[in-house]
Design a protein around this ligand. Structure first.
Ligand code: ZN
Length: 314
């Protein structure tokens, strides 16, 4: 196990222990024994640490730097900051213009760069400039509710079929064709009630689940249903509603999903997911406050956000 132990300039030495079982292979795909892999790791060449340039992240970093100065910052100070940044191979004038054109910063008195309220909101959030600008675009289009934009931001991962369904399925299909991941393509390929009914190989129970999943989760009219994002979004909406509308505890949410939908999500993953939703609601709410001429159709939802956050939290 190798973690990020030690702090730069505080510790000069770290120890890594390699635990091996002689003669064993840790994966069926890798025929080399564990001890031979350990030896080749110890004798191998250590790769240089390398960070790949990322324009969006660098731009976000620059915005965060400018946002630190309440009274604005001179260009010379920005250039000096940029000299110390790793991967600062971008053209700083272009970056400044981009931030000005997106109304995230402005130039005051022709000398000081200062972040706008919107720029401050973006800098305070965990979102990058690019994601924030695409959220602003979405808000202007007025096609989605704020809660839908929030749910789009970070998708729920680690959604599984319950053990009961996996056991049932394994009787009819070789294990190599199935995955216990609910949104895996092998599972999605079965989300057609008529198809599974016609095939004799599926149990009545499984057919019942597929009918339920297609009615409650994969129920959109998209051409690529169930491979579109609607299924995941519906499940996310359901979890949010169980928490906010029905006041379910995390444990009650996992039990509900398991009993009603034969879906298994670990409690820790649901907690993480809900915590992320709080950050997303807060960030988008701040961004909304910074967008000039935001359509009043959002007012009601915006004023309800503190209440939603409170209900997720408690
Ligand atoms: Zn869809």
């Amino acid at each position: 196990m190798l973690g990020r132990a030690g702090r730069l300039k505080k510790h000069d030495l770290g120890r890594v222990y390699l635990l091996i079982e002689p003669g064993k292979n840790y994966s069926s795909r890798n025929k080399t024994t564990e001890e031979n892999i350990a030896i080749s790791l110890l004798n191998g060449k250590i790769k240089d640490f390398e960070l790949h340039p990322d324009e969006d992240r660098s731009l976000t970093e620059l915005l965060a730097f400018i946002s630190m100065f309440n009274e604005g910052v001179e260009k010379a100070v920005i250039y000096k900051f940029n000299d110390d940044v790793i991967n600062a191979n971008y053209e700083i004038e272009g970056f400044l213009n981009k931030l000005i054109n997106s109304r995230l910063i402005r130039l005051s008195n022709g000398a000081l760069y200062k972040s706008t309220f919107l720029g401050q909101s973006v800098a305070k959030s965990f979102l990058t400039v690019e994601t924030s600008l695409s959220i602003i675009e979405e808000l202007k289009k007025k096609e989605k509710k704020i809660s839908e934009i929030v749910l789009d931001l970070k998708s729920l991962r680690n959604v599984y079929l319950t053990k009961k369904v996996v056991a049932d399925l394994s009787k009819h299909r070789p294990a190599k064709y199935s995955s216990n991941n609910f949104f895996s393509s092998s599972n999605l390929s079965l989300m057609d009630a008529n198809y599974v009914k016609k095939r004799k190989s599926f149990s009545d129970d499984f057919i019942k689940y597929v009918v339920k999943w297609t009615n409650e989760i994969f129920n959109c009219d998209c051409k690529d249903n169930p491979y579109c994002e609607c299924g995941r979004l519906n499940l996310e909406k359901l979890i949010l509603n169980l928490r906010v509308e029905d006041n379910f505890s995390i444990k009650e949410i996992t039990e509900y999903l398991e009993d009603e939908l034969e879906i298994m999500i670990y409690m820790g993953d649901i907690t993480d997911y809900l915590e992320n939703l709080i950050y997303s609601f807060e960030s988008i709410s701040n961004i909304c406050k910074g967008v000039s001429n935001l359509d009043p159709i959002y007012n009601e939802e915006l004023s309800d956000i503190p209440n939603i956050i409170e209900r997720i939290r408690k």
